[in-house]
Design a binder for this molecule. Structure first.
Ligand code: MSP
Length: 592
């Protein structure tokens, strides 16, 4: 019996077209494509024209969804804080936003972890997924959707995407031989595998050169996605949009991967190997490859399938609060290939738009080593936040975590940032300017002339004037480190300005009242601007600071990030609140 006839008899949803593309002959699938799809362009130009006019599309930003085989660590939190910061920044600027996060619950990795823990898979998923949710709640991650891939709504979306790829002829069945890593849930070509020797037992084993994780040789029949058909389209996309992947080094890396050649991708595993996953539509003997399942989460959260997948319907969904394409997808560098090659190829194959930006961040190490359970150098984010406070950790991650290069996590450095920057610069300037000793009226002083600036105020004045633009440029380029740096450089200058003007002397001389007011005003204005801009990074502390300064809720949006644009109308009627410090001194430096 020929293979196609065999499949024809076996597949419940058999159709001539489906059988052609499931015989292991991508060429036949391609032929069918040519016959049935004369108008579809892989770039979804049709959608582009229709949807690009949508000014009301919410800003949609995603975090990766997290594996539930182990509890969260600080690196996971980093992905989430980064996305939350960009989301809150857009909100500050008045945009509607969607932030999706969640947990990745299928696959061999989870199946094996459940086996080891001797619990049912779903029990493991429930417990660890809740742990991630608890973490994100504790860390003030303002997600709008928390997706679990075991939810029924997700199964619907995955089936739809599969059907789209199938119907368009991009899936075929074929034999696959290769190295598979369960830890990475990825097949690796020979060029990315190296042999190692176990020094104790002398046994040979193989690992991925990219992740160092164990790989095993696998031979199986599975469904394949014709990734190779998308090399040109992917290259074209990246050539046309040089900012598609940030940072630039990653963009170039992805371009090089694509140029070096793309093999077709296995997108199912035989049920005999993997049971914990979504079924392949129409073939119960196979289970969906976990990455195809997981990546689809970004569509599930927008309500996919959108009533038939036409651009018209997409428009409805986006206008009604959906949001595809994602404006930004935040991922760690280790999962870039999945997001910058496989995912856009799936989307192109389904005639959907690709994400506008993919931001790949580097990793946190501990003592310069990758964090890992077995080495025991994993930083527990719950403990870190308990010790230093949520906003300190958020600040530290955004201030010291980089996109291009790994950063080494150091508790000493967290303490130092807290002491020197939050207490020493921001807190200090706030306290000095609102404390009764220098500001007995507890009022915001009247704004000095912003045109006829006192010579001693010129330097700080200028710095404050250009700060919002500098901060904005850094944030729009996803450089949180640079963004916080610009703020703290100005705060340092403002502290010096304050000290140089010796307000403690001015307060003693009634004739110097105006000068004192001006000095206090510059200090308060510096803190107001800093706190306003820090809202996306330290939402709670910033809001406390703005409360202390008497800044109203409706004066905290981006348009107020301008020198003198705060309380200019009725400053004197505003009371400041000098209470316990917003950033209490750390225990070791507390005065007894
Ligand atoms: N489940 C996949 C993602 C699927 S998205 C469709 C996955 N999960 S993960 O839990 O292993 O990792 C989630 C995120 O945490 C990734 O962005 C990863 O880069 C990030 N981090 C994991 N370890 C990290 C560090 N040590 N430092 C910074 N981020 C790290 O991959």
């Amino acid at each position: 019996m020929s293979r196609s006839v065999y499949l024809l008899g076996r597949l419940p949803r058999s159709s001539y077209q489906r059988t052609l593309s499931s015989t292991g002959y991508p060429a036949l699938a391609a032929l069918r494509r040519a016959q049935t799809r004369t108008t579809t362009t892989l770039f979804s130009t049709q959608q582009s024209t229709t949807l690009s006019d949508q000014t009301d599309k919410p800003y949609y930003i995603t975090t990766p969804i997290f594996y539930v085989n182990a509890v969260p660590h600080i690196g996971h939190l980093h992905s989430a804080v980064l996305a939350d910061t960009f989301k809150r920044y857009q909100e500050l600027k008045g945009r509607k936003t969607i932030l999706s996060t969640g947990t990745d619950e299928h696959g061999l990795k989870i199946q094996q972890a459940a086996e080891e823990a001797q619990v049912k898979e779903i029990e493991l998923c429930d417990t660890v997924s809740q742990r991630f949710r608890d973490l994100f709640d504790a860390a003030n991650i303002s997600y709008t959707t928390f997706i679990r891939t075991t939810e029924p709504r997700h199964a619907v979306a995955v089936k739809e995407l599969w059907d789209q790829l199938w119907d368009r002829g991009y899936i075929y069945k074929g034999k696959h031989e290769g190295w598979y890593s369960v830890s990475d849930e990825a097949f690796y070509p020979l060029s990315l595998v190296e042999e190692k020797n176990n020094e104790k037992t002398g046994e040979k084993y193989h690992v991925s050169t990219e992740t160092g994780n164990l790989v095993e040789w696998t031979t199986e029949e599975n469904y394949k996605f014709e990734l190779s058909a998308f090399a040109d389209k992917l290259s074209e996309w990246l050539d046309k949009d040089p900012d598609a992947i940030v940072p630039k080094s990653r963009h170039l890396e992805v371009q090089a991967w694509i140029k070096s050649g793309l093999s077709d991708l296995s997108i199912s595993r035989p049920r005999s190997r993997l049971t914990w996953g979504l079924p392949i539509p129409g073939d119960d003997s196979h289970v969906m490859y976990v990455w195809m399942d997981a990546l689809t989460n970004y569509l599930t959260t927008t309500g996919y399938p959108w009533k038939g997948n036409t651009s018209e319907n997409q428009k409805d969904i986006c206008g009604g609060g959906g949001g595809w394409p994602a404006d930004v997808q935040v991922v760690g560098k280790d999962i870039l290939r999945f997001h910058a090659v496989y995912w856009p190829a799936f989307l192109m194959a389904a005639d959907l738009k690709v994400p506008k930006r993919i931001i790949a961040h580097a990793h946190w190490t501990q003592s310069k080593m990758k964090m890992s359970k077995s080495i025991g150098n994993v930083v527990d984010p719950f403990v870190a936040m308990k010790d230093f406070g949520t906003d300190t950790i958020r600040f530290y991650l955004m201030n010291d975590g980089r996109l291009a290069d790994d950063s080494d996590y150091s508790t000493e450095l967290v303490a130092e940032r807290y002491r020197k920057l939050l207490v020493g610069q921001l807190g200090n300037l706030l306290n000095r300017s609102i404390a009764a000793a220098l500001n007995p009226s507890r009022k915001v002083p009247r704004s000095p002339s912003l045109i006829d600036v006192h010579p001693d105020d010129k330097a700080v004045h200028l710095r404050l004037q250009i700060l919002p633009k500098a901060f904005d440029t850094a944030m729009e380029n996803y450089k949180t480190t640079q963004a916080t740096q610009t703020i703290f450089e100005v705060l340092a200058e403002a502290n010096v300005h304050f000290a140089n003007n010796e307000p403690w002397k001015l307060v003693k001389d009634p004739a110097s009242k105006d000068r004192l007011d001006t000095v206090l005003w510059y200090a308060m204005e510096s803190v107001r601007l800093a706190a306003l801009m820090l809202q996306p990074i330290m939402p709670t502390k910033s809001s406390e600071i703005l409360d202390r300064l008497g800044v109203r809720g409706d004066e905290r949006s981006w348009e107020f990030a301008q020198l003198g644009r705060g309380w200019e109308k009725d400053a004197e009627s505003r009371s400041v609140v000098a209470d316990e410090p917003v950033f209490p001194p750390p225990p070791t430096t507390k005065k007894h």
